[in-house]
Write a protein that binds this ligand. Sequence first.
Ligand code: NAP
Ligand code: ZN
Length: 346
Amino acid sequence: MTTVNAYASPSATEDLVPTTIERRDVGPHDVLIEIKYAGICHSDIHTVRGDWGPQSYPLVPGHEIAGIVTEIGSAVTKHAVGDRVGVGCMVNSCGECANCQKGDEQYCLKGMTGTYGAVDRDGTVTQGGYSTHVVVTEDFVVTIPEGIELDVAAPLLCAGITTYSPLRRWGAGPGKKVAVVGLGGLGHMAVKLASAMGADVTVLSQSLKKQEDGLRLGANSYYATSDPGTFEQLAGSFDLIINTVSASIDISSYLQLLSLDGALVNVGAPAEPLPVNAFALIGGRRSFAGSMIGGIPETQEMLNFCAEHGLGAEIEVIPADKINEAYERVLASDVRYRFVIDTATL
Ligand code: NAP
Ligand code: ZN
């Protein structure tokens, strides 16, 4: 066991505080990573505040991890000391079920092991990336290609893959009209990725405050959802809508923006239900779907795609003592577009 510095949430109602945690010894299939940067995902906030149910505290969040391999186990073949690597939202799965076999480990039929707040194989609770080091089995460690700096790469491990996966599955590309609801961490990556895939991209944000940024990130159009005229003007327009909003919104009005056979894919994960009016679906043979992160092979594919297209996240690097402030700013939709912790400050 090694003791490492970290930042942890002591309870659902208190600020995160500096602490130390234990990392397991490097086993034959493990990789020890010196974490350089860890992104702050809205899911970290949902989790530590108990939005998704009770947690075990103290809890170290963080599932957007970028760092360098500093030690490998005797049987490791995929990574070497010095490699630039990333870890996302999961650190293990059964590896044997139909979904794992397909490379969809996030849908493991026995339940994947989350990067933090999950019970690991050894019975301990996993602790995440707001720390200086982590030990992960090599199969859940991906390679960050040369050409993507580690700080802008970190958010790709969750925000990147969570938007890349549904964009690919629902065929974002030339000739497709894609709308992205919410221009936060996930939303801004959805815009960059869909644009790089060749789709015509529209941002649907609460206001026009970030319009200039949205267009710079690759959107072709930008509308404010606070303006009711937006919903009239854009009715029946989109082949695909990716909803990244962290709160419950009126899904039925967004479904009306889909063209015939269009799909609205929800990646936002609010605690509250998202009620749907059946007529908004049946009226245009529309689909309402969901998607959770992406599998390990697809995560590597996404990183390679980002390297090829020169994509990374738009980030604000912060020292550890600004984590609580950053949480408040994320909750206020005041993030451009991902906070990333410099773990050297832990
Ligand atoms: P974020 O950076 O806070 O972005 C969410 C954006 O949603 C905000 O920037 C804001 O954009 C919009 N928004 C927030 N509150 C709103 C409200 N009340 N009404 C309308 N729009 C609102 O969060 P994130 O890190 O991108 O995560 C977004 C959601 O995805 C969270 O629920 C997170 O847990 C979930 N998530 C899911 C997966 C998955 O696998 N499915 C993975 C990661 C995260 P505008 O200012 O542009 O309106
Ligand atoms: Zn996340």
